[in-house]
Design a protein around this ligand. Structure first.
Ligand code: ADP
Length: 389
């Protein structure tokens, strides 16, 4: 297994030709002070299982493997993510294969007829060295990213405290705690209050995304009646629908559906989607929310609006961070472009999925699928065996 300290560098050769194995073994034996220990597998199925175990340090894969080829075998693995180098062995003039293999993320290629022990030693050593450098770079980038997320989390936290104080003081002046307020002063103060509230909202959005990216979200799952939760979310957002003169309808499943969720996080995630349905729908139109028991293991929540819709070009970036897609209402309603990114991540943390279908000018449906609570069989009370007659 990887992580086991071994004095050897374990090289796995996947080649259906025993002669080739013997040649390569011979080259490796000739390497001065060779740290390499060669192991050999001749068929693709066994190779697939062994490679999956990640027990070796380097993989040498022959392109020609009987009926199949080495690229098919390599296609089963994410070579870019794997820490060990994969090297493909090709025949002379197989440039197309070499290019394809490189695109898949192989570390190097060796042309069989041209091989000798010096070349083999160099390629094995260099490919390992390159993978080590790559891993260090990835680690450095991840560290930079972590520091950035921590900075954002800290900065937004620091920004929120004074912004909240501003809100409290403006509120107190508006309520007359500091004496009478003229109508004009009230108007200005109200604008300041509203802007401040938007600012706090933005800071909150950034803070919760930073927390998510830092993987600091710990779900506290409990069984929740999803219809009741969605009803309560809709109720909380009712003023938004009323202000836009929109009609919202909720269709529930016949019997209650329990989902194992962190109700606070799922409330915010679904709330975001329902709020968007209102934000991006013109006044006087309808929003329909349906909860359905769609299968043995999952439930579905569909939020369907008659809004502006999402253009095809926008679909790719819909769930990306800070991506706002322009539409006739986006300037008016404002936003940070963080809501859908956050909602998707939270739903996926729950083992769920979110999909969207939309038609510009007609409307959009977001469909959330979440796993249901697994019903456990009730404990059977012990029964007494009948007494012998
Ligand atoms: P925000 O609403 O803050 O811009 P979101 O991440 O919630 O950020 O949404 C990203 C973009 O997706 C929005 O800018 C909007 O263009 C589009 N969008 C989201 N929901 C809808 C919807 N129901 N109808 C049309 N467009 C939507």
């Amino acid at each position: 297994m990887r992580g086991t300290v071994s004095k050897y560098i374990r090289v796995l050769l996947v080649d259906d030709d025993e002669d080739d194995y013997l040649i390569i073994r011979n080259f490796i034996n000739k390497i001065h002070d060779s740290p390499f220990k060669l192991e050999w597998i001749s068929n693709i199925q066994d190779a697939s299982v062994v490679i999956d175990e990640e027990a070796h340090d380097i993989y040498l894969i022959d392109y020609r493997l009987g009926e199949e080829n080495g690229l098919e075998l390599l296609g089963r693995f994410d070579l870019v993510q794997r820490p060990e180098p994969f090297i493909i062995l090709t025949g002379a003039g197989d440039e197309r294969v070499e290019r394809k293999a490189m695109r898949m993320g192989v570390a190097d290629y060796l042309v069989k007829g041209t091989l000798d022990s010096e070349l083999l030693s160099r390629v094995l050593h260099y490919s390992m060295q390159r993978k080590r450098i790559e891993a260090q770079r990835v680690e450095q980038l991840m560290e930079i990213n972590r520091s950035k997320d921590e900075f954002i989390a800290l900065a937004s936290h620091q920004l929120r405290t004074p912004a909240t104080a501003v809100k409290q003081y403006i509120g107190m002046i508006l309520e007359g705690y500091a004496g009478d307020v003229t109508q004009e002063q009230q108007r200005f103060l109200q604008s300041a209050y509203d802007s401040n509230e938007r600012q706090i909202q933005v800071v909150n959005d950034i803070l919760r995304v930073a927390k998510l990216d830092l993987k600091k979200i710990i779900l506290k799952k409990q069984d929740v009646d999803i219809a009741k939760l969605v009803e309560s979310i809709t109720h909380d957002l009712m003023s938004h629908f009323e202000n836009r003169d929109q009609n919202v309808t909720l269709h529930k499943a016949k019997s209650s559906i329990l989902l194992p969720v962190d109700s606070e996080y799922i409330r915010m995630a679904i709330g975001n989607i329902i709020d968007n349905a209102s934000k991006y729908t013109p006044e006087g139109k309808n929003v329909t929310i349906s909860i359905a028991d769609t299968g043995k293991n999952v439930a579905e929540i569909a939020i369907c609006d008659e809004g502006v819709g999402i253009p095809k070009e926008g679909m790719d970036k819909l769930f990306k961070k800070f991506s706002r897609i322009e539409n006739p209402l986006s300037v008016k309603v404002g936003g940070t472009g963080l809501g859908l990114y956050w909602a998707k991540e939270i739903i996926e943390l729950h083992g769920g999925t979110i999909k969207v279908s939309s038609e510009v000018g007609k409307g959009t449906t977001f469909t959330i699928v979440l796993p249901k609570t697994v019903a456990t069989a009730p404990k059977r009370r012990g029964t007494l065996a009948p007494l012998p007659a």
